[in-house]
Design a protein around this ligand. Structure first.
Ligand SMILES: Nc1ncnc2c1ncn2[C@@H]1O[C@H](COP(=O)(O)OP(=O)(O)O)[C@@H](O)[C@H]1O
Ligand SMILES: [Mg+2]
Length: 240
């Protein structure tokens, strides 16, 4: 278990022990501060829920941490190494190898089967087709999708499609999985099951998970909660 923190600056930890840390992160859109100076530390294998109302900066934080967006100020370290100053090619490579992504509604490739979708990050990473598909099938099986490997996204339920997205995020065994409202398009029960599937699968590989949600009930199933409001960590709003 990781200790919970409600300290706005997080506990004093050296960058070396965190798998991912952000310091003084600022992101502006014109005069609008989407992030107004955020410090966050994610420990290896830890699951963290980022909660906050719509427009509070959750997606901006996720995208900045993952290197999808560049921050206007601040530093990001992955396993102790600064990554925010890397060039676009190297950042894209990190996103493909060290990070996995689950979005609100899958973002699966409609023309590809479940197993091809799952294998995609491995194939893009240079893996040969056969071992990539074997690994993909293993992950689909673990996520309860055995027998549905050949289906296309349109032939899967919303919950099943999100499990494919989870399998895809995990197949290359990333260090950190980012999930932005992964259950936002699902009913409550399926959402809860999908959240559990994500947490369990990540625990199996030792990946840390950063899950954005505006659903307090779902956040309660995640060991640590970080609340964000108006682009700042909201110590008062974090789970006690
Ligand atoms: N591409 C953009 N252009 C302009 N403003 C943006 C853009 N993306 C986000 N914002 C603004 O930044 C703030 C934070 O947005 P966001 O990070 O998407 O919040 P959340 O994910 O919590 O809903 C909001 O006020 C939003 O309107
Ligand atoms: Mg968002």
């Amino acid at each position: 278990m990781q200790p919970q923190t409600t300290d706005p600056h997080g506990p004093l930890r050296t960058a070396g022990t965190s798998v991912l840390s952000g310091r003084g992160l600022v992101k502006r859109y014109g005069a609008q501060h989407a992030l107004a100076g955020v410090d966050i530390d994610i420990q290896p294998g830890e699951a963290v829920a980022i909660v906050g109302p719509s427009g509070s900066g959750k997606t901006s934080l996720l995208h900045v941490l993952a290197g999808i967006l560049r921050a206007d100020a601040g530093e990001i370290h992955l396993a102790g190494q600064r990554i925010d100053q890397l060039g676009e090619t190297r950042r894209a490579e990190l996103r493909r190898t060290e990070f996995g992504f689950v979005f609100q509604s899958g973002m699966l490739v409609a023309e590809l089967s479940a197993e091809e979708n799952t294998a995609l990050p491995l194939l893009l990473g240079g893996s040969a087709r056969k071992p990539a598909l074997t690994a993909a099938r293993r992950w689909l099986d673990r996520l309860g999708l055995g027998g549905k490997e050949a289906r296309r996204p349109g032939e899967l339920s919303g919950g099943e499609a999100q499990r494919v997205a989870i399998a895809r995020a995990l197949a290359h065994e990333p260090r950190v999985i980012f999930a932005d409202e992964p259950t936002g398009a699902l009913d409550t029960r399926t959402g809860r099951d999908t959240m559990n599937a994500l947490l369990n699968a990540a625990a199996e590989t030792g990946a840390a998970v950063v899950i954005v949600t505006h659903d307090r009930d779902l956040a309660d199933s995640v060991p640590r909660t970080v609340a964000i409001r108006d682009g700042r960590i909201d110590a008062g709003g974090a789970a006690a």
